[in-house]
Design a protein around this ligand. Structure first.
Ligand SMILES: *[C@@H]1O[C@H](CO)[C@@H](O)[C@H](O)[C@H]1NC(C)=O
Ligand SMILES: *[C@@H]1O[C@H](CO)[C@@H](O)[C@H](O)[C@H]1NC(C)=O
Ligand SMILES: *[C@@H]1O[C@H](CO)[C@@H](O)[C@H](O)[C@H]1NC(C)=O
Ligand SMILES: *[C@@H]1O[C@H](CO)[C@@H](O)[C@H](O)[C@H]1NC(C)=O
Ligand SMILES: *[C@@H]1O[C@H](CO)[C@@H](O)[C@H](O)[C@H]1NC(C)=O
Ligand SMILES: *[C@@H]1O[C@H](CO)[C@@H](O)[C@H](O)[C@H]1NC(C)=O
Ligand SMILES: *[C@@H]1O[C@H](CO)[C@@H](O)[C@H](O)[C@H]1NC(C)=O
Ligand SMILES: *[C@@H]1O[C@H](CO)[C@@H](O)[C@H](O)[C@H]1NC(C)=O
Length: 482
């Protein structure tokens, strides 16, 4: 901790103004840069240091509240080539300005879940009508308020994995209702449209129907349709192939899409260390005809063993072999092909919703629940709270944590490269840091595989959180001097 603070003081005030990344919008089945029209594909990672159990509102900490932690991690994401980060659990009462500014400076977008695991903060899959209420929607709108003024907010997930074999048949209607309310709130209170979509569990018997239901155009409720569709899929394990992973089936099933689709989580960990050979498939044709990239689950090592890096209690970082393997795979992506916009793809329009689209027992109704009067009032008048108005200067760009390779060698010269306006991050560019002594890591340390993608326990997160609280105190003191 003391070392951390000293390094911070020494590298402070290498100030530079962060220019914004350009907003990304959905256009047909592509995401595109709102200004240049270039196609945008997600080269991303899920980010929840401390795991799902690390979210503790009232603690003053969430994954975007601590500037030192964000700087430490944004540097390692930037050098890897990441351009998008997904975050699950956020507290709208906290100020995320510094972290959003750091990610923006690094050329990294964020796709954010509006929900949390706490009561009244997500749709209840057993009884959704009990969860569609004013308290829940106020929280959701507060998240919109907390992030709408940052151009690197790429999108919001209105719901995550609510539909499965156990979900009530009315769940899809409520997902559309919440999506409608979010889109209407954004239309009333944001200076730009921010895409809103769903993140689906890979329940293959329900997948196509879920996709069709949520993406079709409902004439009497057009805003309840998704702007994009995320799929959490762990079907490519080890050195699998396009066919073994069932990517060919996914392409067939989703071939008619008129909205962007991406892997909102991927990265099976049954074979360790992970080699990420699916990257070559995800970022080339035919996958790129339909998919807009994906997000690797996940940045930090948690009890379920999906990490790219291990965060130690003293805030130092050990890169896992997985991180090096992912960087290696990213380095082989044909970047020019990724950004080529395609007018056939952008001209697609959603088909009209029809009962014939639904072949399973997913649901039998397109009757989207009526909006509650209290929710209409919030859409008309906004929600209470104090929210950021835009980016701040990024004043500190040097890595302040010790970062080691799997072989124990330390990385030197790590820094945040502040990108010029309208640039987003890409693999192979802005790769700071060189290895001090030994060569690249060669000693992978296999660990056992986990079973749940987001399930974690609090055992190892308490350590991280303690560190983060102390860091937050330092941060407050530091920023107050500026
Ligand atoms: C956000 O993007 C829009 C469109 O490119 C631009 O006009 C605006 O200045 C940007 N905002 C910031 C804070 O950079
Ligand atoms: C959830 O919200 C409802 C309605 O706003 C409220 O009556 C209920 O007490 C809340 N439940 C919890 C657990 O906070
Ligand atoms: C719907 O079908 C799935 C199998 O596809 C089954 O597991 C589930 O129990 C069924 N749900 C209802 C409510 O009947
Ligand atoms: C895609 O659309 C075509 C033309 O409407 C239709 O024949 C085909 O069945 C659709 N495919 C899927 C997987 O829905
Ligand atoms: C354009 O996109 C469509 C739909 O994804 C795809 O079928 C087609 O091959 C693409 N064309 C080119 C030239 O990439
Ligand atoms: C909207 O259209 C759907 C499908 O046609 C229908 O089931 C539903 O009752 C309509 N809702 C309203 C409020 O009219
Ligand atoms: C916003 O209003 C709600 C309901 O009136 C209240 O429970 C909540 O504490 C308020 N939040 C803030 C941040 O003022
Ligand atoms: C980041 O990489 C791009 C492309 O190589 C380069 O043009 C830009 O100058 C780099 N930015 C910094 C701050 O090094």
């Amino acid at each position: 901790m003391v070392q951390f603070k000293t390094a911070l003081a020494a590298s402070a005030l290498l100030a530079s103004t962060a220019l914004a990344v350009t907003p990304v919008v959905n256009d047909g089945l592509d995401f595109v840069n709102a200004i240049s029209g270039a196609r945008f594909q997600m080269i991303g990672v899920a980010y929840q240091p401390g795991g799902a159990a690390g979210f503790n509102p009232g603690s003053g900490i969430d994954p975007l509240s601590d500037a030192e932690v964000c700087l430490r991690d944004a540097i390692l994401m930037q050098r890897a080539g990441i351009n998008t980060v997904r975050i699950y659990n956020l507290d709208p009462a906290l100020d995320h300005t510094q972290c959003m500014s750091i990610f923006n400076a690094a050329g990294i977008y964020l796709v954010l879940d509006v929900n949390s695991p706490l009561p009244n903060e997500s749709i209840n899959r057993a009884a959704p009508w009990t969860s569609y209420n004013a308290d829940y929607m106020r929280r959701v709108f507060q998240i919109i308020e907390a992030f709408k003024n940052f151009n690197n907010t790429l999108g919001f997930f209105s719901a995550n994995e609510v539909i499965n074999e156990e979900s009530d048949p009315s769940v899809p209607r409520y997902i559309r209702a919440v999506t409608r309310d979010i889109k209407d709130y954004i239309a009333a209170h944001s200076s730009r449209h921010i895409p809103v979509g769903y993140s689906a569990a890979d329940v293959r018997p329900l997948l196509v129907d879920t996709f069709n239901y949520l993406s079709c155009n409902l004439a009497n409720s057009t805003n309840s349709g998704m702007d994009f569709f995320g799929l959490n899929s762990y079907s490519w394990c080890g050195d699998a192939s396009f066919e073994e992973a069932g990517y060919n089936i996914l392409l067939e099933d989703l071939s008619n899409t008129s909205i962007p689709i991406f892997f909102s989580e991927y990265g099976c960990n049954q074979v360790q260390p992970r080699t990420f050979t699916e990257v070559g498939s995800i970022y080339s044709a035919p996958m790129t005809n339909i998919f807009s990239g994906g997000l690797v689950y996940e940045y930090s090592e948690e009890p379920n063993n999906y990490g790219l890096v291990t965060i130690n209690g003293d805030n130092s970082i050990e890169l896992k072999q997985d991180y090096l393997n992912l960087v290696d795979q990213y380095g082989r992506i044909d970047l020019a092909a990724l950004t080529a916009a395609n007018s056939t793809a952008t001209q697609r329009e959603p088909p009209a919703c029809a009962a014939s689209m639904i072949r399973s027992n997913l649901t039998n109704s397109f009757d989207v629940p009526a909006r509650l009067p209290e929710v209409q009032d919030m859409i008309n008048n906004g929600v209470n709270g104090t929210y950021p108005t835009g980016f701040a200067q990024v004043t500190n760009t040097n890595e302040i944590a010790t970062v080691t390779n799997p072989d124990g060698s330390t990385l030197q010269g790590l820094e945040l490269r502040v990108l010029a306006g309208d640039q987003s991050n890409l693999p192979g560019e802005n790769t700071s840091g060189t290895t001090g002594t030994a060569g690249p890591g060669t000693s992978p340390s296999p660990t056992s595989s986990g079973s749940s993608s987001t399930g974690t326990n609090a055992a190892s997160s308490s350590k991280v959180n303690t560190g983060a609280v102390v860091l937050a105190a330092l941060t407050l003191g530091f920023w107050a001097q500026l």
